[in-house]
Design a protein around this ligand. Sequence first.
Ligand SMILES: [Zn+2]
Length: 150
Amino acid sequence: MRYLIARFSLAVLLVGVGASANSQVLKNLGAAPIIAGVQLQCEGANSYVAHISDIALGRPGKMYFRPDYFSLPPYMQWFIYAHECAHQLVGSSEAAADCWAMKLGRNQGFFPLQAVQQICSYTFSSPGDWTHFPSPIRCQQMKLCYSSMP
Ligand SMILES: [Zn+2]
């Protein structure tokens, strides 16, 4: 009996360790998902609802969103979608993805000026990590992108 319990625990552990975003997919939203009431598209990339550790994750041709993403304020949902979309185009740089997302949102009328502050204050209360700058610096750069041309 002890042996069986040990085997069961090990199996669970292996599933946890080996799980990729793919195996955690809850729903396929397709290439033109409705995000906060607006149909969005990103270079044909497919969107999925998935159990992942971050709020969202971009991979070539695929974008993953955690279930709680869909309860964020609309500006945040659009910004995060645009940010993950940007990774499809500008590569893995977080600063470049932020900048691209802010300009796209501005140019397409998604982000009025007050949205910028909301996005800044809402998202980045984190102290920063290897890829994401601490909040004030990241916000400052996003505001610079928003106000720069084109
Ligand atoms: Zn990113």
